[in-house]
Design a protein around this ligand. Structure first.
Ligand SMILES: Cc1cc2nc3c(=O)[nH]c(=O)nc-3n(C[C@H](O)[C@H](O)[C@H](O)COP(=O)(O)O)c2cc1C
Length: 190
């Protein structure tokens, strides 16, 4: 089936080894612009991003310090780190926005496709300290950190520690569509 899927979606995967090559500023801007073109509930655009390139060591170190131990072992080769956040409430009426994380996901989906079109790879992470991110970046109460992302060009896996190198593969492990699709009554089809 994968040969019928758009190349930019099909070739995406999440590497842990990145090349020692900076991301050009115009490309970085395109990643964020693509993210900002996503649909969102009431067009609230609840996504926010804190980012740093490794050419700005102070900001890079701050982001890096929020990562969990496992992720720190490999993120160090990524030239860019991003922290993603959402606004918890609608700006229009201050009610909780139950779809903010959904909308952020759409934005990062756009970013992934734009990245692939420029041979850049994202590796999204839940393994970071939300509390530390709030403290380090002085994040106000009405915003919530959601993920961190390592971004860069594909690197040589030999630079990874052994245990992580074994995991480095574009091989896709996915559920079959018959485990995901329900046509009619959920119970009858299980
Ligand atoms: C929200 C989210 C959180 C993730 N957290 C981590 C993480 O903390 N560390 C890590 O190495 N990979 C993390 N991943 C990567 C997933 O393991 C990976 O996307 C999944 O195994 C599918 O592989 P693929 O992206 O190469 O297709 C995360 C992915 C997502 C979308």
């Amino acid at each position: 089936m994968s040969q019928h899927i758009h190349e930019l979606i099909d070739k995406r995967w999440s590497p842990r080894s990145f090349a020692n090559k900076a991301i050009e500023m115009d490309k970085l801007e395109k990643l964020f612009t693509a993210a900002s073109y996503a649909a969102s509930c009431y067009n609230e655009q609840p996504w926010r991003f804190v980012y740093a390139t490794n050419e700005y060591p102070e900001g890079y170190k701050q982001l890096f310090s929020c990562l969990g131990e496992f992720n720190q072992m490999w993120v160090k080769t990524a030239p860019v780190i991003i922290l993603t956040l959402v606004a918890k409430n609608f700006a229009r009426n201050q009610n909780p926005n139950a779809h903010a994380q959904h909308d952020l996901g759409l934005a990062i989906g756009n970013m992934s496709v734009q990245a692939m079109s420029m041979d850049l790879y994202l590796h999204q992470m839940a393994g970071f300290s939300v509390e530390k991110a709030i403290e380090v970046f002085n994040i106000p109460d009405d915003f919530e950190p959601v993920t961190m992302i390592a971004v860069g060009y594909l690197g040589d896996p030999s630079q990874l520690p052994d245990s992580i190198r074994e995991m480095e593969s574009p091989k896709r492990d996915r559920k079959n569509l018959d485990q995901l699709l329900f046509d009619g009554d959920w119970e009858k089809l299980k």
